[in-house]
Design a protein around this ligand. Structure first.
Ligand SMILES: *Cc1c(COP(=O)(O)O)cnc(C)c1O
Length: 359
């Protein structure tokens, strides 16, 4: 088999090898049926099984009850920045702003109604998550929106904000399924697949059914959650291949022992990297506040930009790719999602030790 490299890309990101091999086995002719999933009608019995099984496995992983609809849509998390307010904002909503993605969500929500910024850490360059007591929440808000993991800044909510009876909405694009969450705390969750769940093309939306009553019949059809829920994600052609791969990832997670096991693994993986960084007297300096550090995107800096460039170049040569930080913030970022192997983190740390010794 060809050698795989260590892919630290923030997204599209690494997929489990087992999933890739399984898909490869069935790529040319799915389960001996003489055609690939990509060529199959989304109305066929075979495809219906694929999408239904993906949904059932996701429901198992997160204990999602019948009072929630699961939707597989297109348009990325970005379209959800618009669809969320279009469907469920009645006049005003609260947004917790913790990074570039939250800001983009706010931008679209403002086109629909009044946005109250419940808190923002922008003046501190988003290095931390606001504390509960900093949130200025409006009990009359249609919902509270937050971004669970800030892919670019490397911060993460380790607990949900407490919002009383106001529906809680979350963009979980970069940490969906990294641990077991209590789905009942949420009214709506959305996530693009391509970071922690599958290939690009599919966007997952989990929405509590009572919220569907808010979707107006005047909405354009594709933008209406209620229609997608009624049609079980088959109002139009869903991203068929992407959903198929997500389904394989869900099975992989179940086989690994579920989300509590995955969380243990993620914690251990992230700690190896953070502990090493913290032991280097600031040579490798984490950019996020310690208590808010992300388990998915580890952001750090070196003493100067020349060294950062040098490290990235040498790392790339050695088969560690995607370590360059987001263009808006610079520095380095190691994205270590569910599918990223522990050995890759160990090997990166060895490489970083070696680089430090030489520089
Ligand atoms: C990547 C990302 C997005 C944008 O996702 P698209 O699927 O490209 O629209 C939104 N939110 C978060 C937290 C992200 O990491």
């Amino acid at each position: 088999m060809e050698k795989r490299i260590y892919n630290f890309s923030a997204g599209p990101a690494v997929l489990p090898e087992e999933v890739l091999l399984e898909a490869q086995k069935d790529f040319y002719s799915y389960k001996g049926q003489g055609l690939s999933v990509m060529e199959m009608s989304h109305r066929s019995k075979t495809y219906d099984n694929i999408i239904k099984e993906a949904e059932a496995d996701l429901r198992k992983l997160l204990d999602i009850g019948d009072n929630y609809s699961v939707l597989f849509l297109q348009g990325g998390a970005t379209l959800q920045f618009s669809m969320v307010p279009l469907n469920i904002m009645q006049s005003k909503a609260d947004y917790i702003v913790t990074g570039s993605w939250s800001k983009k969500a706010v931008k679209e929500a403002k086109r629909v109604g009044t946005v109250n910024i419940a808190a923002s850490t922008e003046s501190e360059n988003f290095i931390r998550i606001p504390k509960q007591e900093e949130l200025k929440l409006d009990p009359e808000a249609s919902y509270v929106h937050f971004t669970s993991n800030n892919t670019i800044f490397g911060t993460q909510f380790h607990n949900e904000p407490e919002v009383g009876n106001v529906p809680l909405v979350c963009d979980t694009s970069s940490d969906m399924l990294h641990k077991k969450i209590d789905i009942n705390k949420y009214a709506l969750i959305y996530a693009g697949a391509q970071k922690n769940m599958g290939p690009s093309g599919s966007t997952l939306v989990i929405v509590r059914k009572d919220l569907l009553e808010r979707s107006s019949d005047d909405l354009h059809t594709y933008l209406n959650y209620k229609i997608h829920a009624e049609k079980e994600s088959l109002y139009n052609t869903p991203p068929t291949f992407s959903v198929y791969i997500m389904g394989l990832v869900f099975k992989w997670l179940l086989n690994m022992g579920g989300l509590d096991k995955m969380y243990e693994r993620n914690l251990a993986k992230a700690n190896v990297l953070y502990d090493y960084m913290d032991s280097t007297d600031g040579f490798y300096k984490g950019t996020a506040a310690k208590e808010d550090r992300s388990l998915m995107n580890v952001t750090f800096r070196l003493p100067n930009e020349d060294l950062e460039k040098k490290l990235i170049a040498e790392a790339t040569e050695k088969g560690f790719i995607g370590l360059k930080g987001h263009r808006s913030v610079g520095g380095l970022r190691a994205s270590i999602y569910n599918a990223f192997p522990s050995k890759g983190v160990d090997d990166l740390v060895e490489f970083m030790k070696d680089f430090k010794a030489k520089n």
